[in-house]
Design a protein around this ligand. Structure first.
Ligand code: EPU
Length: 420
């Protein structure tokens, strides 16, 4: 297993290009199951999660290949409607093959994904939506079995205790493309990744309105064709790089950004004292002055993303004063707190809040990544810490950041991989 070693204290400087969005490409790859025609997806990051989804597509009978940022999906010789536990349990996003399999093949057997380190993460909203479309559902031996000779459009409310669900909205929207009549999803997720999926489905011939808003309307069709699509830039990678610039008091031009997707992150970082200039598809990020503490609450889009909570916490850990960070999407997503404290941070967890008392400096230490975004927060902390930090279990980081180490190296960071 590899670990990342970082020698902190370098101000990052230069230009960096953001990769395509992990959370957009995963459901879009699942959507290719809705057609027998070839699909070409461009701007695809080479990530562990993307490769897992490609394996799932192959296990379901597709030919799928990632080559230089393009995934080509073509029909294989056989079709299979069973998504196996071994693959689904490694990545929760694979549960969103349920909707397209059911829509296209009228039946699906998909392993329940189980919990993960950031929380219990149930799938009740996915199942509620699929059931509302008239599918017969049963759970057997850890698998969801769904059948429907003909899905029927329906009016449903898909909000849960923590608000809307990104992948439940994606799953139901994909199944509804083949339902008879109109489906209305209320409390749909408004995330840009859901909108990107809708754009792809529309290219395939789906009739979808209202995406990007809490009410999505899908008019069922009989046939979907192949399509060519380019994935939106990864807003969380962009936010992580913005944080890297600020935490090192650096000066970075971040390219391939849709800053419209980053409203809450830009607002909070400006409040903390960042100087952010927007030009075309770039963001120029540097500190305006001494940074100030801020209070941040994570919320569904367009609120501050939970996937940026750990990174902003690292930034606040070295910002003088008290910041309060409240997690409203995954109340237990705080595994990074203990690791940051091992580096000298003063962070106290109180239920869904983390109270961060900024310290003058962090000190490098061996730390352990627990999940994708926690890993990113530890790398950020390592960039500013005195001495050497080693982040183990970096396979988490590789699930969602394409070449982060190389990108940071090119900005001047002293960061390299070593065998554990
Ligand atoms: N929830 C339910 N029932 C459900 C589904 C979700 O109660 O059936 C709850 C969740 O437990 C959570 C909240 O609703 O408390 C929101 O979860 P959501 O379903 O929106 O999460 P997701 O769709 O499973 C995607 C991203 C996550 C990101 C969340 C929230 C992908 C592949 N994953 O997950 O990304 O945190 O939306 O924005 O799109 C990451 O990239 O690090 C990551 C975890």
């Amino acid at each position: 297993m590899d670990k990342l070693v970082i020698e902190g204290g370098i101000r990052l400087k230069g230009e960096v290009t953001v990769s395509g969005s992990k959370n957009a490409v995963l459901p879009i790859l699942a959507a290719t199951l809705l057609t027998d025609e070839p699909c070409i997806i461009n701007g695809v990051p080479n990530l562990r999660d993307v490769n897992t989804m490609i394996k799932i597509l192959r296990s379901l009978g597709k030919n799928a290949e990632l080559d230089k940022g393009t995934v080509t999906v073509t029909p294989g010789k056989h079709t299979n409607f069973v998504a196996d536990y071994k693959l689904v349990s490694t990545m929760r996003a694979s549960f969103c093959v349920l909707g397209p399999l059911l829509g296209k093949l009228k039946k699906a057997k998909v392993s329940l994904p189980g919990g993960c380190i950031i929380g219990i993460r149930p799938v009740d909203l996915h199942l509620k939506g699929i059931k509302a479309l008239g599918a017969e559902l049963s759970i057997e031996s850890g698998y969801v079995i769904a059948k429907a000779a003909q899905l029927k459009g329906s009016h449903m409310y898909l909000g849960g205790v923590y608000g809307s669900s990104v992948l439940a909205t994606a799953n139901v929207m994909m199944a509804a493309t083949f339902a008879k009549g109109k489906t209305i999803i209320e409390s749909a997720a408004c995330e840009p990744e859901v909108a990107d999926l809708a754009e792809f489905l529309i290219k395939m011939g789906a009739k979808i309105k209202g995406f990007g808003t809490p009410i999505i309307e899908v008019e069922g069709v009989r046939y979907l064709r192949g399509a060519i699509h380019t994935i939106i830039p990864d807003r969380i990678e962009a936010g992580t790089l913005m944080s890297a610039s600020l935490i090192t008091r650096g000066d970075i031009l971040i390219k391939n950004v849709f800053y419209q997707h980053l409203g809450a992150v830009i607002d909070k970082l400006q409040e903390a004292g960042a100087n952010i200039t927007k030009t075309d598809s770039c963001l120029h990020v540097r500190p305006r002055r001494q940074l100030r503490p801020i209070n941040v609450t994570t919320l569904p889009y367009p609120g501050f993303p939970t996937d940026m909570q750990a990174q902003i916490m690292s930034l606040m850990a070295v910002t003088a004063g008290i910041s309060v960070i409240t997690e409203k999407i995954y109340p237990d997503r705080f595994m990074h707190v203990a690791e940051l404290n091992r580096m000298g941070a003063h962070i106290q967890r109180e239920g869904p809040h983390a109270i961060v008392e900024g310290v003058k400096c962090l000190s490098g230490a061996p730390v352990m990544a627990s999940d994708l975004r926690a890993s990113a927060s530890l790398v950020l902390a390592g960039l500013v810490a005195k001495g050497k930090t080693s982040v183990s279990r970096i396979y988490h980081l590789e699930r969602g950041y394409e070449n982060l180490e190389e990108k940071l190296q090119r900005l001047g960071a002293r960061i390299w991989k070593e065998k554990e």
